[in-house]
Design a protein around this ligand. Structure first.
Ligand SMILES: [Ca+2]
Length: 439
């Protein structure tokens, strides 16, 4: 989370989910690993760089003893430099991103978490004003409810990125923030794992965000977003509240745009009142007036069309912006609010299908696809629902064999159906994003 543009390409290039979820072994960026050694800071240069950081670290509140203790013997990790400069080979359509992040498994797991942590979540809502479903949805998307938090050593990644690459000033700040968390006892494990860019823990905060907004909610005196679910979830709520979350309000609604709607008026920053949007002909999907759905005419809102005129449209309010600030990507914010909607028993969104004849796959369907590819003799590694280079190459081979055009390696419903052993039984309606999601 709070990964900003530096990780945005990874968010969009790697599924499922965020960079922290992605095993670099399956990342498109992995193809650049062979050249990693040429990009690595030479060890003496790295050590000299670290030494030179000791003084600015002190200015940031990291004392000399702590700095030496935590950075002594640290080696650079050249792979993170490759990841920093990696360009996506695939742009992931919003419907693929959502199919994997808001799938039946994540909804079922989220409902279990809502039940298991009901008391805690009620106390968090009372303290920070953010509802349980939204907090749990962020948790589910960020780390699959704490299951996937990243395995790359954060300290090593941040030290490398602070000494080499194109965003050293930014990563120095994050390195110093991480050292402060260790020095102050919020964190206890210098070997802690996280994403390649330094986001870690249950909710994938970057260190500076952690220092700024983390709260100790279980009262043990430490802000522990790695080991304490209470601290992590309360900190997420605190972050959203500080980002403009309005208690008791909605994120927005799916809407229907009038014929000839001026798309120049769309976009998250183009705010107008709900009453103005009504005058412009924006309606609820069933044609009813916006103000009939509990929306106040004076509320400021924007209209977004993530897949253009032929796809679904949404009226989004301040709480959508708060979620967006967590990780500045439209597809990310939609994943959170759609998942939250289902967690509170609402409908599968969007009602209007995405404009594609080849919808995306849930994680379960990705695993099915990988099983089929393995059965066909393709060496794609483990079945893990992450579609990496080897899976894509195998899909291209199968697309060519089956005459599917374009043979682009896309992991969608079309190739999955084509590889189903029993072609006489349609697996499902292709326009429905995932099985089992109906409330
Ligand atoms: Ca605590």
């Amino acid at each position: 989370m709070i990964v900003r543009a530096v990780m945005l390409f990874a968010v969009l290039a790697i599924l499922p989910g965020l960079a922290a979820h992605a095993d670099p072994a399956s990342s498109p960026a992995r193809t650049g690993t062979a050249s990693a050694s040429t990009l690595a800071p030479a060890a003496p240069a790295f050590r000299a760089c670290l030494q030179s950081l000791s003084s600015p670290a002190r200015a940031a509140g990291v004392d000399g003893d702590s700095f030496r203790r935590f950075t002594d013997g640290l080696e650079p990790d050249p792979e993170v430099l490759v990841l920093l400069d990696a360009q996506p080979e695939f742009t992931t359509p919003v419907w693929d991103y959502l199919a994997a992040l808001v799938d039946a498994e994540r909804v079922a797991d989220g409902r279990a978490m809502l039940a298991e942590h009901a008391d805690l979540l009620a106390r968090i809502e009372a303290a920070h004003g953010v509802d349980a479903a939204t907090v749990v949805a962020v948790w589910g998307v960020e780390s699959d409810y704490g299951r996937i938090t990243g395995r790359r050593q954060v300290l090593r990644s941040l030290a490398t990125l602070a000494c080499d690459g194109r965003r050293q000033a930014f990563f120095r700040g994050e390195l110093f923030a991480f050292l402060r968390l260790l020095q102050d006892g919020d964190l206890t494990d210098p070997q802690l794992g996280g994403s390649w860019a330094g986001a870690f823990g249950q909710t994938q905060f970057m260190p500076s965000t952690y220092r700024r907004v983390a709260v100790d909610f279980d009262g043990d005196g430490r802000r522990d977003l790695v080991g304490s679910i209470a601290d992590a979830l309360a900190s997420t709520a605190n972050y959203l509240r500080q980002s403009g979350w309005r208690p008791g309000r909605s994120w927005g609604r799916e809407v229907r745009l009038p014929d000839g709607f001026n798309l120049g008026q769309a976009g998250r920053r183009n705010k107008a009142t709900v009453a103005t949007w009504s005058q412009r002909g924006v309606r609820l999907p069933d044609g009813a007036a916006l103000t009939g759905a509990g929306l106040d005419g004076a509320t400021r809102a924007a209209v977004i069309v993530p897949a253009g005129r032929d796809g679904p449209a949404f009226l989004v309010l301040a709480n959508y912006d708060a979620v967006f600030s967590y990780n500045a990507a439209e597809s990310y914010a939609l994943a959170i609010v759609f998942l939250a909607e289902q967690l509170r028993g609402g409908p599968v969104l969007p009602a209007r299908p995405w404009p594609t004849d080849d919808p995306g796959l849930s994680r379960q369907q990705r695993r099915q696809l990988q099983h089929h590819l393995l059965a066909l003799g393709h060496d794609i590694g483990e079945v893990d629902s992450l579609i990496g280079d080897r899976s894509r190459r195998a899909i291209v081979a199968e697309q060519q064999r089956l005459g599917i055009e374009p043979a682009d390696g896309r992991a969608g419903q079309r190739i999955l159906r084509a590889l189903q052993p029993d072609q006489t039984t349609p697996t499902r309606d292709a326009t429905v994003p995932d099985e089992g999601q109906q409330p």
